[in-house]
Design a protein around this ligand. Structure first.
Ligand SMILES: [Zn+2]
Length: 419
């Protein structure tokens, strides 16, 4: 089972090294990609028409592009892969639900590639997916025709479909191995979400993916300034990365510590919550809220159209292996240290240390924690989360926790290793 952890997930994104782009690039695409997006093809409107038997999904384009489309089950989705395009849709465009289409989202899935993911009401067949040339006063149009089908036909069609690589595989060279001779421990910072996957959204529009990237950049600068650590980031721009790919990245770097950074949100019906929480991996969630959160974080892959059958095995199996290692102990040690540091600087949740079955924490040989910095859905938290001063203060506390955790290890000369 664990061997499979190293398999790149079906839609592995290209992972950028720590210094691929400047730290000032927060929450935006790198300049060359941005420039290409402005002059390159763009989607300008979306229309959904039809009924519960047949539905047509149309996207107006500024120029003709190549597309491929395929359906995924559990939950039922249709994925349309495109070259990287800009989405300049009217604000209401994404609210259309009609016929077989329940909802859809769009965005960058990897460098050079965009994706539209359509949630459907049930099993559908993709009858056609093509792009029409501009004609007369009509712009070029992407057309996806869907018709209703049953689950068995759906699954049969999906298994017959040629399994050609749907995105370029990550080339081994793209993950720089640890520079030989640098004895400093390597820490992987993992800003959650990215690209097509926005993560949690504040009522006022701020997105988790932007907040956590900005925070991770600040934290990286803090840690690098100590000179004691090598830092790598799973993403340093607005790119989607599958959960399994983040785990693979940490393992490929032989990371001594993995810190995944998020900002939670809870539905209004569940009341108010505030403050930061530190999570470690456990098969049994420490409470209902932790279970809900792990579930919500796993929707990252679903919303990006990642095929979940290609994902590694369940947490229980991973934990059996983990129990034979000291990784779990070290993750717990770091989590406790971190809560201790955050107590003095950040607002903490009333139960600040929790555990749940987070996929992103399943590297069996890398001590891993997930930090929810606060709640995007809570006004006061959001104010802090988006404030440069709070980010700086909290990054300093996190860096202090890293120092406390590594101090005895560095003193023993056991650096670079997990202990
Ligand atoms: Zn998140």
């Amino acid at each position: 089972m664990l061997r499979r952890m190293t398999i790149v997930s079906a839609f592995a994104a290209v992972v950028l090294g720590p210094s691929a782009y400047g730290a000032e690039q927060t929450g935006t695409l790198p300049p060359q990609v941005q420039a290409a997006a402005e002059s390159g093809p763009a989607a300008t409107d979306v229309r959904v028409g039809g009924d519960d038997k047949m539905t047509r999904f149309v996207v107006d384009l500024t120029q003709k592009i190549d597309v491929t489309a395929f359906a995924l089950a559990d939950p039922y989705r249709v994925v349309v892969d495109l070259p990287q395009i800009a989405f300049r849709l009217p604000p209401k465009a994404a609210d259309q639900a009609r016929g077989l289409v329940k909802a859809f989202r769009y965005g960058v899935i990897m460098q050079g590639g965009s994706r539209i993911v359509i949630d459907t009401k049930g099993p559908v067949r993709v009858d056609k997916a093509f792009v029409l040339d501009a004609a007369g006063d009509q712009p070029a149009r992407l057309v996806v025709d869907l018709s209703v089908t049953d689950r068995d036909s759906f699954l049969r069609a999906a298994s017959l479909e040629t399994r050609a690589p749907r995105s370029p595989p990550v080339k081994p060279g793209e993950i720089a191995s640890k520079p030989a001779g640098d004895p400093r421990p390597l820490i992987v910072l993992d800003p959650g979400h990215g690209g097509i996957d926005n993560g949690a959204k504040a009522a006022s529009g701020e997105l988790e993916k932007d907040v956590v990237l900005q925070f991770a950049q600040t934290l990286r600068a803090r840690l690098e300034a100590t000179g004691k650590y090598q830092i790598a980031m799973t993403r340093s721009d607005d790119t989607f990365i599958a959960l399994a790919e983040r785990v693979r990245f940490a393992r490929a770097h032989s990371a001594a510590l993995f810190v995944s950074i998020h900002a939670d949100a809870i539905p209004k019906s569940e009341g108010q919550a505030e403050g930061a929480t530190v999570y470690t991996l456990s098969e049994n969630a420490s409470d209902a809220e932790a279970a809900r959160l792990a579930e919500a974080e796993h929707k990252a892959d679903v919303s990006a159209g990642v095929e979940l059958t290609a994902e590694p095995g369940d947490v229980a199996n991973i934990l059996v292996d983990l129990a034979q290692r000291e990784t779990k102990t070290y993750s717990g040690q770091f989590a406790r240290t971190l809560v201790g540091e955050l107590k003095n600087t950040a607002r903490l949740h009333k139960n600040p240390m929790k555990a749940a079955g987070f996929k992103v924490l399943t590297a069996p040989d890398v001590p891993s924690v997930l930090v929810e910095l606060g709640y995007m859905s809570t006004k006061d938290d959001l104010k802090l989360l988006t404030s440069t001063a709070w980010q700086a203060k909290t990054a300093t506390a996190l860096a202090q926790a890293v120092d406390t955790y590594f101090a005895p290890r560095l003193a023993r000369g056991a650096v670079g290793a997990n202990r």
